[in-house]
Write a protein that binds this ligand. Sequence first.
Ligand SMILES: Cc1cc2nc3c(=O)[nH]c(=O)nc-3n(C[C@H](O)[C@H](O)[C@H](O)COP(=O)(O)OP(=O)(O)OC[C@H]3O[C@@H](n4cnc5c(N)ncnc54)[C@H](O)[C@@H]3O)c2cc1C
Length: 291
Amino acid sequence: MMPLRRFDIHQPSSAREAAEMLARFGEDGILYGGGTELLLAMKHDVLRYRHLVDVKVIPGADSIDLIGAVLRIGATATHRSIERSELVRAHLPVFARMESRVANVRVRSTGTLGGNLCFAEPHSDPATLLLALGATVVAEGADGRREIPVSELIAGAYETSLRHDEVLTEVHIPVTGPERRASYVKFSAHERPLLGLALVLDTPDGGETFTGARVAVGCVSPFPCRHEDSEGLLRGARSEVEQRLPETAEALADAAELVDDHEGSADFKRHLIAVFLKRAFLTAVRGEDAA
Ligand SMILES: Cc1cc2nc3c(=O)[nH]c(=O)nc-3n(C[C@H](O)[C@H](O)[C@H](O)COP(=O)(O)OP(=O)(O)OC[C@H]3O[C@@H](n4cnc5c(N)ncnc54)[C@H](O)[C@@H]3O)c2cc1C
């Protein structure tokens, strides 16, 4: 590892000021949250920046609130603070549980949700679950703010649809009552997950019939994939849906455009999707992760 090149840290007092700093510094400036990805890349001299804009110091940028039926998580909230939040545990336990299994406690205590999403590393747990939960993010730029569905935020491996001067400020996640069951399951052989699979089922009768479904698979391709045809196979009576799980897994694997890489062959990943879809289904039906 190389010694870090010299850089300056800037501390804005609002997201708008951070965006203005980014606009001013151009290619020499970048946002900095926990630094768990950015500083590592800079130490390896893969990324070089002269100006780091520290978003963690922005007052209130890490707050977690429930507004109506939407959980609003500030972009600088750390994985650890989300995992421990009473509000998240009470209203979206599946998200708190997912966060408790990200990386290790050291990374979770420093790494932020915003940093995780904006780095767009393909092995992200939150991105896959947020896609299935139908979450949106708020981005603030030098000339205004906009809301972006998570499905449109991740544009590829290490690529988002944010403009250079945009700061991710909040993540909005809809929460619902007892008629929604959700689960997130993952498989890791090394540090980061090799597969993440999220399932959300609408069930008006406690798990006997499913009137709506959302499924997303991540980590097996450059960005998480949601597939509506697979979701169609997850609607109906429980026994029928259960019988169709192998077919659903095949459809999902086809849609995910699996590739052979150092983590395993496409066939291996296809096999994992079948195993983990069943696991996700049983977890959701039993209400173990709840929504
Ligand atoms: C050993 C290790 C294990 C890991 N295991 C997992 C795992 O199991 N599951 C998982 O999901 N992740 C895992 N990660 C990734 C981890 O979750 C991220 O490193 C962390 O969340 C990044 O947050 P950060 O605040 O440190 O980002 P930073 O390093 O500060 O920033 C990362 C990128 O995001 C940009 N950025 C930061 N904040 C914002 C913002 N508010 N708006 C716009 N852009 C922003 C930065 O400019 C930079 O490009 C692991 C990481 C490590 C080092």
